[in-house]
Ligand binder design. Structure first.
Ligand code: GLY
Ligand code: MN
Ligand code: MN
Length: 423
């Protein structure tokens, strides 16, 4: 509310809930509230809209009415009374009144905060309310003549984690740690990837995490080289690596962790060489995750270590500086080293400010996740290197001092991994 002013004499912000997506016929996809709306309200029902109005400093929630019949099928609803008593709203209306009330709330307001383009159906309702007001101009009514993306305020707030945010993130990371550790102990040749996926999700839910923060990637052997592998359907073979990129969502906050380990409990010579190289790169990038540095600096640190290491292993040849300039590492390392992490796994917040990579500040959380992927058919290297994929990913909090790794205790060195696999 305080931030809505910002030079405007009057402003309102309109934040709709996430839409419900139909899976087929009358069956819906699992519902998850829009992160912005949840961040401001803790309210998780669909068909709701929050309006913040600066003029009277009021928070108004539009929501579904109580409905005895529907509540038998779908469970309790807060209703207009619950919006005030349980969610601290100043005013509440049933959602059917939105069209009339939205125009009224916008009346004589200079600025509208709204994230246009995200929900086209809702855009239509907002634009109709605006047009309705313009049609009343002769009665002396004015309408918002400025529209500002809500993200300009809200996503900056979400980028900087409070102690409350971090408490949820730490819990998400603790549950994710258990899931990865159990997976290391459980995986063995002959099992299917989906058995490990089931173990991960079971562990998340058993500890009260609402859901996985994204579709778990469980890729064995050559599947470890497919960045967004999702079918998790293959039978694991002796001697292969298993790459698991999985994290739970707890209290609407995500964790995002990748570990790669040998299905047969010990690394082969080539697997170990690639693994230790990715680990060196990851540690260099984590160390670069400091106030004043940028995500670009972290990426450059991994690119340098990986390029030099690939030359040492004979997988690239040439002068490292030139290879980096020519992006010769890209057939092996084709993605970026990290992203913001928070309520969304690829979280909100500007990556560039004034056209320049943004400098890190305390309270930001990001992933550091370099990898090396040698495709099964990549014939520019000797056959023993082909089909090896390794990524290592941790969740890092930027502090005034050293970077704080929220997922540090998940087995990561070769010795720790081999011990966890033998457990
Ligand atoms: N799991 C998605 C990512 O690592 O960015
Ligand atoms: Mn990940
Ligand atoms: Mn990630």
């Amino acid at each position: 509310m305080e931030k809505l002013g910002g030079g405007a004499t009057d402003a309102i912000a309109v934040l709709p809930s996430a839409p419900v997506f139909i899976r087929n016929n009358d069956v819906e996809h699992d519902y998850r509230q829009d992160s912005d709306l949840y961040y401001l309200t803790g309210f998780d029902e669909p068909s709701s809209v929050l309006v913040l109005s600066l003029r009277d400093r009021k928070a108004t929630l539009f929501l579904r009415p109580r409905d005895k019949e529907r509540e038998i099928w779908d469970g309790p609803r807060a209703g207009v009374d619950g919006a005030k008593s349980d969610y601290g709203m100043d005013a509440s209306f049933v959602i059917a009144e939105l069209s009339t009330e939205l125009a009224r709330l916008m009346e004589n307001t200079q600025r509208l905060y709204y994230r246009i383009g995200k929900d086209k159906g809702f855009d239509e309702r907002v634009l109709t309310a605006l047009d309705t007001l313009r049609g009343r101009a002769r009665r002396g009514i004015t309408w918002p003549t400025e529209m500002v993306d809500t993200g300009k305020i809200l996503h900056e707030m979400r980028l900087f984690k409070t102690e409350d945010d971090l408490a949820q993130m730490r819990q998400a990371c603790a549950i994710t740690k258990e899931a990865h550790s159990l997976a290391m102990a459980a995986a063995k040749p002959g099992m299917h990837e989906f058995e490990i996926e089931a173990l991960l999700v079971e562990t998340f839910r058993r500890h009260g995490a609402e859901r996985a923060a994204y579709g778990s990637i469980v890729g064995s052997g050559p599947n470890a080289t497919i960045l967004h592998y999702r079918s998790n359907s293959r039978k694991m073979q002796a001697g292969e690596l298993l790459l698991i990129d999985a994290g739970c969502e707890y209290g609407y906050y995500a964790s995002d962790v990748t570990r790669t380990f040998p299905v047969s409990k010990t690394f082969s010579r080539e697997q170990r060489a690639i693994y230790e190289l990715v680990l060196d790169a990851q540690l260099a990038s984590i160390d670069a995750t400091r106030v004043g540095a940028t995500l670009e600096d972290g990426h450059a640190a991994s690119v340098e270590v990986i390029t030099k290491g690939l030359v040492k292993l004979g997988l690239l040849s040439g002068e490292p500086a030139k290879l980096i300039a020519d992006e010769a590492y890209k057939p092996f390392y084709m993605h970026r080293t990290g992203h913001w992490l928070g309520m969304d796994v690829h979280d909100v917040g500007a990556y560039f400010v004034g056209g320049k990579p943004r400098k890190l500040e305390p309270g930001m959380v990001l992933t550091v996740e370099p990898g090396i992927y040698i495709g099964r058919e990549y014939d520019k290297v000797a056959p023993e290197w082909r089909g090896i994929g390794v990524r290592i990913e941790d969740d890092i909090l930027v502090t005034d001092g050293a970077p704080m790794n929220l997922t540090e205790s998940i087995p990561k060195t070769v010795a720790e991994i081999e011990r966890a696999c033998a457990a």
